[in-house]
Design a protein around this ligand. Structure first.
Ligand SMILES: C[S@@+](CC[C@H](N)C(=O)[O-])C[C@H]1O[C@@H](n2cnc3c(N)ncnc32)[C@H](O)[C@@H]1O
Length: 348
Protein backbone atom coordinates (compact mmCIF):
# COMPACT_ATOMS: atom_id res chain seq x y z
CA UNK A 1 0.00 0.00 0.00
CA UNK A 2 1.13 3.58 -0.75
CA UNK A 3 -0.13 6.97 0.39
CA UNK A 4 0.52 10.38 -1.05
CA UNK A 5 0.92 13.67 0.89
CA UNK A 6 0.72 17.03 -0.84
CA UNK A 7 1.25 20.53 0.50
CA UNK A 8 -0.34 23.50 -1.29
CA UNK A 9 0.86 26.98 -0.40
CA UNK A 10 -2.36 28.84 -1.07
CA UNK A 11 -5.39 30.53 0.42
CA UNK A 12 -8.02 28.01 1.53
CA UNK A 13 -10.82 30.49 0.80
CA UNK A 14 -10.48 29.22 -2.79
CA UNK A 15 -9.43 25.60 -3.05
CA UNK A 16 -8.99 25.75 -6.82
CA UNK A 17 -6.53 22.84 -6.95
CA UNK A 18 -8.98 20.43 -5.31
CA UNK A 19 -11.83 18.85 -7.30
CA UNK A 20 -15.46 18.67 -6.21
CA UNK A 21 -16.32 15.59 -4.12
CA UNK A 22 -12.72 14.35 -3.91
CA UNK A 23 -12.01 14.45 -0.16
CA UNK A 24 -13.01 11.77 2.39
CA UNK A 25 -12.32 13.65 5.62
CA UNK A 26 -11.38 17.12 6.87
CA UNK A 27 -9.41 17.47 10.12
CA UNK A 28 -8.39 21.02 10.90
CA UNK A 29 -8.05 23.93 13.28
CA UNK A 30 -8.46 27.45 11.88
CA UNK A 31 -6.91 30.61 13.27
CA UNK A 32 -9.21 31.46 16.19
CA UNK A 33 -11.21 34.69 15.73
CA UNK A 34 -10.71 37.26 18.52
CA UNK A 35 -7.59 35.56 19.89
CA UNK A 36 -4.98 38.32 19.67
CA UNK A 37 -2.26 36.18 18.07
CA UNK A 38 -4.43 35.94 14.92
CA UNK A 39 -5.50 39.63 14.67
CA UNK A 40 -2.75 40.41 12.14
CA UNK A 41 -3.61 37.44 9.94
CA UNK A 42 -7.34 38.25 9.90
CA UNK A 43 -6.55 41.92 9.24
CA UNK A 44 -4.54 40.83 6.17
CA UNK A 45 -7.45 38.69 4.98
CA UNK A 46 -10.00 41.51 5.44
CA UNK A 47 -9.53 45.27 5.79
CA UNK A 48 -12.84 45.36 7.73
CA UNK A 49 -11.27 43.40 10.58
CA UNK A 50 -8.64 46.06 11.21
CA UNK A 51 -11.19 48.87 10.93
CA UNK A 52 -13.49 47.24 13.50
CA UNK A 53 -10.66 46.37 15.90
CA UNK A 54 -9.35 49.95 15.68
CA UNK A 55 -12.88 51.15 16.50
CA UNK A 56 -13.09 48.80 19.51
CA UNK A 57 -16.14 47.16 17.92
CA UNK A 58 -15.60 43.58 19.10
CA UNK A 59 -18.87 42.20 17.72
CA UNK A 60 -18.25 43.54 14.23
CA UNK A 61 -14.61 42.33 14.25
CA UNK A 62 -15.76 38.85 15.37
CA UNK A 63 -18.28 38.71 12.53
CA UNK A 64 -15.79 40.01 9.94
CA UNK A 65 -13.22 37.37 10.95
CA UNK A 66 -15.82 34.62 10.70
CA UNK A 67 -16.87 35.79 7.23
CA UNK A 68 -13.33 34.91 6.08
CA UNK A 69 -13.59 31.44 7.66
CA UNK A 70 -17.07 30.99 6.12
CA UNK A 71 -15.43 31.11 2.67
CA UNK A 72 -13.24 28.14 3.65
CA UNK A 73 -16.19 26.17 5.08
CA UNK A 74 -18.07 26.78 1.82
CA UNK A 75 -15.16 25.28 -0.11
CA UNK A 76 -15.11 22.26 2.21
CA UNK A 77 -18.73 21.54 1.35
CA UNK A 78 -17.77 21.49 -2.33
CA UNK A 79 -14.66 19.28 -2.08
CA UNK A 80 -15.99 16.73 0.45
CA UNK A 81 -17.64 13.57 -0.83
CA UNK A 82 -21.23 12.82 0.14
CA UNK A 83 -21.29 11.13 3.53
CA UNK A 84 -17.82 12.46 4.47
CA UNK A 85 -16.98 14.02 7.85
CA UNK A 86 -15.41 17.34 8.82
CA UNK A 87 -13.80 17.70 12.27
CA UNK A 88 -13.05 21.29 13.31
CA UNK A 89 -10.99 22.04 16.40
CA UNK A 90 -11.90 25.49 17.74
CA UNK A 91 -11.74 27.36 21.03
CA UNK A 92 -13.79 30.32 22.17
CA UNK A 93 -12.07 33.64 22.87
CA UNK A 94 -12.32 35.84 25.96
CA UNK A 95 -11.25 39.44 25.57
CA UNK A 96 -11.71 42.95 26.89
CA UNK A 97 -12.45 45.48 24.16
CA UNK A 98 -13.51 49.05 24.85
CA UNK A 99 -13.46 48.28 28.59
CA UNK A 100 -15.98 45.38 28.23
CA UNK A 101 -14.91 41.82 29.00
CA UNK A 102 -16.82 39.15 27.11
CA UNK A 103 -16.75 35.73 25.46
CA UNK A 104 -16.66 35.43 21.70
CA UNK A 105 -18.35 32.07 20.98
CA UNK A 106 -16.41 30.84 17.96
CA UNK A 107 -17.81 27.32 18.19
CA UNK A 108 -21.42 28.52 18.02
CA UNK A 109 -20.71 30.79 15.04
CA UNK A 110 -19.02 27.94 13.13
CA UNK A 111 -21.86 25.48 13.87
CA UNK A 112 -24.35 28.04 12.52
CA UNK A 113 -22.35 28.43 9.30
CA UNK A 114 -21.95 24.66 8.74
CA UNK A 115 -25.67 24.14 9.26
CA UNK A 116 -26.51 26.90 6.76
CA UNK A 117 -24.20 25.24 4.24
CA UNK A 118 -26.13 21.97 4.57
CA UNK A 119 -23.85 19.93 6.84
CA UNK A 120 -25.43 17.85 9.62
CA UNK A 121 -24.09 18.54 13.11
CA UNK A 122 -23.08 15.42 15.05
CA UNK A 123 -22.24 15.01 18.75
CA UNK A 124 -19.08 16.98 19.44
CA UNK A 125 -16.02 16.44 21.62
CA UNK A 126 -14.87 18.73 24.42
CA UNK A 127 -11.11 18.84 24.61
CA UNK A 128 -10.31 19.66 28.22
CA UNK A 129 -7.09 21.67 28.38
CA UNK A 130 -6.80 22.03 32.11
CA UNK A 131 -3.96 24.28 33.27
CA UNK A 132 -2.40 25.23 36.57
CA UNK A 133 -1.58 28.75 35.37
CA UNK A 134 -2.09 31.23 38.22
CA UNK A 135 -4.00 33.62 35.91
CA UNK A 136 -6.57 31.06 34.77
CA UNK A 137 -9.25 32.60 37.01
CA UNK A 138 -10.46 35.84 35.50
CA UNK A 139 -12.24 38.85 36.96
CA UNK A 140 -12.85 39.97 40.52
CA UNK A 141 -11.23 37.11 42.42
CA UNK A 142 -13.13 36.21 45.58
CA UNK A 143 -15.65 39.06 45.20
CA UNK A 144 -19.06 38.04 43.85
CA UNK A 145 -20.72 39.31 40.66
CA UNK A 146 -17.63 40.03 38.61
CA UNK A 147 -15.57 36.84 38.43
CA UNK A 148 -15.65 34.55 35.41
CA UNK A 149 -15.30 30.79 35.05
CA UNK A 150 -12.12 29.52 33.44
CA UNK A 151 -11.87 28.90 29.71
CA UNK A 152 -10.02 25.56 29.79
CA UNK A 153 -11.68 23.63 27.00
CA UNK A 154 -11.82 23.64 23.24
CA UNK A 155 -14.26 21.96 20.89
CA UNK A 156 -13.88 19.37 18.21
CA UNK A 157 -16.97 20.01 16.14
CA UNK A 158 -18.07 17.12 13.97
CA UNK A 159 -20.17 17.44 10.84
CA UNK A 160 -21.28 15.15 8.06
CA UNK A 161 -22.05 16.15 4.50
CA UNK A 162 -25.39 14.54 3.70
CA UNK A 163 -26.51 10.99 4.43
CA UNK A 164 -24.31 8.19 5.82
CA UNK A 165 -21.41 7.01 3.67
CA UNK A 166 -22.23 3.78 1.85
CA UNK A 167 -19.86 0.85 1.48
CA UNK A 168 -21.28 -0.76 -1.61
CA UNK A 169 -18.92 -3.29 -3.12
CA UNK A 170 -16.87 -6.11 -1.58
CA UNK A 171 -13.61 -4.08 -1.73
CA UNK A 172 -15.14 -1.14 0.18
CA UNK A 173 -16.64 -3.48 2.78
CA UNK A 174 -13.29 -5.24 3.23
CA UNK A 175 -11.44 -1.93 3.57
CA UNK A 176 -13.90 -0.91 6.28
CA UNK A 177 -13.27 -4.16 8.17
CA UNK A 178 -9.48 -3.70 7.88
CA UNK A 179 -9.74 -0.12 9.19
CA UNK A 180 -11.53 -1.22 12.39
CA UNK A 181 -10.15 -0.21 15.80
CA UNK A 182 -10.14 -2.02 19.14
CA UNK A 183 -13.25 -2.12 21.32
CA UNK A 184 -11.49 -0.34 24.18
CA UNK A 185 -10.21 2.34 21.78
CA UNK A 186 -13.80 2.92 20.72
CA UNK A 187 -14.72 3.46 24.36
CA UNK A 188 -12.10 6.19 24.78
CA UNK A 189 -12.12 7.79 21.35
CA UNK A 190 -15.90 8.05 21.11
CA UNK A 191 -16.30 9.57 24.57
CA UNK A 192 -17.25 13.23 24.47
CA UNK A 193 -14.46 14.55 26.73
CA UNK A 194 -10.82 14.20 25.72
CA UNK A 195 -7.81 14.92 27.85
CA UNK A 196 -4.34 14.39 26.38
CA UNK A 197 -2.39 14.88 29.57
CA UNK A 198 0.53 12.47 29.65
CA UNK A 199 0.55 11.68 25.92
CA UNK A 200 3.97 12.43 24.42
CA UNK A 201 3.98 14.59 21.29
CA UNK A 202 7.14 13.36 19.54
CA UNK A 203 7.10 16.02 16.79
CA UNK A 204 9.93 18.47 16.00
CA UNK A 205 9.79 22.27 15.88
CA UNK A 206 8.42 22.64 19.41
CA UNK A 207 8.80 26.42 19.43
CA UNK A 208 7.23 26.88 16.00
CA UNK A 209 4.40 24.52 16.95
CA UNK A 210 3.67 26.70 19.99
CA UNK A 211 3.57 29.87 17.90
CA UNK A 212 1.36 28.31 15.24
CA UNK A 213 -1.26 26.98 17.67
CA UNK A 214 -0.51 23.37 16.69
CA UNK A 215 -2.77 20.66 18.10
CA UNK A 216 -1.53 17.37 19.63
CA UNK A 217 -0.67 14.62 17.16
CA UNK A 218 -2.95 12.27 19.11
CA UNK A 219 -5.94 14.51 18.35
CA UNK A 220 -5.53 14.21 14.57
CA UNK A 221 -4.52 10.53 14.83
CA UNK A 222 -7.70 9.60 16.67
CA UNK A 223 -10.00 11.58 14.38
CA UNK A 224 -8.48 10.07 11.23
CA UNK A 225 -8.87 6.54 12.63
CA UNK A 226 -12.43 7.30 13.75
CA UNK A 227 -13.79 8.88 10.56
CA UNK A 228 -11.91 7.46 7.55
CA UNK A 229 -10.60 4.25 6.01
CA UNK A 230 -7.15 3.18 4.79
CA UNK A 231 -6.21 5.00 1.60
CA UNK A 232 -8.81 7.77 2.05
CA UNK A 233 -7.85 11.39 1.38
CA UNK A 234 -7.68 13.67 4.44
CA UNK A 235 -7.64 17.44 3.90
CA UNK A 236 -6.39 20.09 6.31
CA UNK A 237 -7.08 23.58 4.89
CA UNK A 238 -5.13 25.22 7.77
CA UNK A 239 -2.11 22.93 7.82
CA UNK A 240 0.30 24.97 10.00
CA UNK A 241 3.24 22.75 10.97
CA UNK A 242 1.72 19.65 9.36
CA UNK A 243 0.36 17.66 12.31
CA UNK A 244 -2.55 16.37 10.23
CA UNK A 245 -0.17 15.19 7.49
CA UNK A 246 1.96 13.26 9.99
CA UNK A 247 -1.16 11.70 11.53
CA UNK A 248 -2.41 10.74 8.05
CA UNK A 249 0.90 8.99 7.30
CA UNK A 250 0.70 7.14 10.62
CA UNK A 251 -2.89 6.07 9.80
CA UNK A 252 -2.04 5.03 6.19
CA UNK A 253 -4.32 7.65 4.68
CA UNK A 254 -3.33 10.15 1.96
CA UNK A 255 -3.40 13.85 2.75
CA UNK A 256 -3.59 17.34 1.30
CA UNK A 257 -2.45 20.26 3.43
CA UNK A 258 -3.24 23.85 2.49
CA UNK A 259 -1.30 26.63 4.20
CA UNK A 260 -1.29 30.33 3.32
CA UNK A 261 2.14 31.03 4.85
CA UNK A 262 4.83 29.80 2.44
CA UNK A 263 7.38 29.48 5.27
CA UNK A 264 5.57 26.36 6.51
CA UNK A 265 5.83 24.14 3.39
CA UNK A 266 9.45 23.03 4.00
CA UNK A 267 8.64 22.44 7.69
CA UNK A 268 5.62 20.29 6.80
CA UNK A 269 7.60 18.24 4.26
CA UNK A 270 10.41 17.73 6.76
CA UNK A 271 7.99 16.66 9.52
CA UNK A 272 6.29 14.22 7.14
CA UNK A 273 9.53 12.81 5.74
CA UNK A 274 10.98 12.12 9.17
CA UNK A 275 7.88 10.86 10.98
CA UNK A 276 8.52 7.12 10.72
CA UNK A 277 9.70 6.73 14.36
CA UNK A 278 6.74 8.77 15.65
CA UNK A 279 4.29 6.76 13.56
CA UNK A 280 5.83 3.47 14.70
CA UNK A 281 5.59 4.65 18.32
CA UNK A 282 1.89 5.42 17.92
CA UNK A 283 1.30 1.92 16.58
CA UNK A 284 3.46 0.23 19.24
CA UNK A 285 1.57 2.14 21.95
CA UNK A 286 -1.76 0.99 20.54
CA UNK A 287 -0.60 -2.61 20.59
CA UNK A 288 0.97 -2.34 24.06
CA UNK A 289 -2.23 -0.73 25.38
CA UNK A 290 -4.29 -3.51 23.82
CA UNK A 291 -2.06 -6.21 25.32
CA UNK A 292 -2.49 -4.56 28.75
CA UNK A 293 -6.24 -4.37 28.23
CA UNK A 294 -6.37 -8.09 27.32
CA UNK A 295 -4.46 -9.03 30.48
CA UNK A 296 -6.66 -6.99 32.79
CA UNK A 297 -9.89 -7.97 31.09
CA UNK A 298 -9.13 -11.69 30.94
CA UNK A 299 -8.05 -11.71 34.58
CA UNK A 300 -11.33 -10.09 35.60
CA UNK A 301 -13.75 -11.73 33.18
CA UNK A 302 -12.05 -14.73 31.55
CA UNK A 303 -10.70 -15.14 28.01
CA UNK A 304 -11.85 -12.75 25.27
CA UNK A 305 -14.35 -14.25 22.86
CA UNK A 306 -12.70 -13.58 19.46
CA UNK A 307 -9.25 -13.66 17.86
CA UNK A 308 -8.20 -11.19 15.15
CA UNK A 309 -7.64 -12.96 11.82
CA UNK A 310 -4.54 -11.06 10.68
CA UNK A 311 -2.68 -10.58 13.94
CA UNK A 312 -3.96 -13.14 16.44
CA UNK A 313 -4.93 -10.56 19.07
CA UNK A 314 -7.60 -11.67 21.52
CA UNK A 315 -10.47 -9.19 20.96
CA UNK A 316 -13.91 -8.45 22.37
CA UNK A 317 -16.13 -8.23 19.28
CA UNK A 318 -16.64 -9.83 15.89
CA UNK A 319 -16.27 -6.38 14.27
CA UNK A 320 -12.58 -6.33 15.22
CA UNK A 321 -11.75 -9.68 13.61
CA UNK A 322 -10.85 -8.27 10.18
CA UNK A 323 -8.69 -5.44 11.56
CA UNK A 324 -5.41 -5.08 9.67
CA UNK A 325 -2.56 -2.96 11.01
CA UNK A 326 0.22 -1.59 8.80
CA UNK A 327 3.79 -0.56 9.51
CA UNK A 328 5.66 1.98 7.42
CA UNK A 329 8.34 0.62 5.10
CA UNK A 330 9.56 3.90 3.62
CA UNK A 331 8.76 7.60 3.50
CA UNK A 332 10.44 9.85 0.96
CA UNK A 333 9.92 13.24 -0.65
CA UNK A 334 8.88 13.01 -4.29
CA UNK A 335 9.32 16.78 -4.67
CA UNK A 336 9.45 19.95 -2.54
CA UNK A 337 5.73 19.65 -1.96
CA UNK A 338 4.96 15.94 -2.03
CA UNK A 339 5.79 12.94 0.14
CA UNK A 340 5.13 9.25 -0.55
CA UNK A 341 4.78 6.61 2.14
CA UNK A 342 4.69 2.83 1.65
CA UNK A 343 3.45 0.21 4.09
CA UNK A 344 3.39 -3.50 4.78
CA UNK A 345 1.07 -5.53 6.94
CA UNK A 346 2.14 -5.73 10.58
CA UNK A 347 3.84 -9.10 11.05
CA UNK A 348 2.34 -10.43 14.23
C1 LIG B 1 -4.29 27.13 14.25
S1 LIG B 1 -3.10 27.08 12.99
C2 LIG B 1 -3.13 25.36 12.51
C3 LIG B 1 -2.15 24.54 13.28
C4 LIG B 1 -2.05 23.09 12.81
N1 LIG B 1 -3.25 22.33 13.17
C5 LIG B 1 -0.83 22.40 13.42
O1 LIG B 1 -0.98 21.42 14.15
O2 LIG B 1 0.29 22.91 13.20
C6 LIG B 1 -3.89 27.85 11.63
C7 LIG B 1 -3.04 27.93 10.38
O3 LIG B 1 -3.87 28.38 9.31
C8 LIG B 1 -3.10 29.20 8.45
N2 LIG B 1 -4.07 30.02 7.68
C9 LIG B 1 -4.76 31.10 8.09
N3 LIG B 1 -5.59 31.56 7.13
C10 LIG B 1 -5.44 30.73 6.08
C11 LIG B 1 -6.04 30.64 4.80
N4 LIG B 1 -6.95 31.54 4.40
N5 LIG B 1 -5.68 29.65 3.97
C12 LIG B 1 -4.75 28.73 4.36
N6 LIG B 1 -4.14 28.76 5.56
C13 LIG B 1 -4.47 29.73 6.41
C14 LIG B 1 -2.20 29.98 9.40
O4 LIG B 1 -1.06 30.48 8.72
C15 LIG B 1 -1.88 28.90 10.45
O5 LIG B 1 -0.67 28.23 10.13
Amino acid sequence: MQTNHTVLTSDARTLTGISDQSVDLVVTSPPYPMIQMWDGLFSNLSADVKTFLDRDDGNAAFEAMHRELDAVWTELFRVLKDGAFACINIGNATRTIGGRFRLYPNHARIVTCFQKLGFDSLPEILWRKQTNAPNKFMGSGMLASGAYVTNEHEYILIFRKGAKREFKNAAEKESRMKSAFFWEERNTWFSDIWDFKGIKQGLNHTELRGRSGAYPLELAYRLINMYSLYGDVVLDPFMGTGTTGVAAIACARSSIGVEIDGAFAPVIIEQEKSCKPVAQALLSNRIADHDKFVQVHSRAKGPLKYISLHHGFPIITRQETGMQLYTIVDIHAKSDVEVLASYESLGR
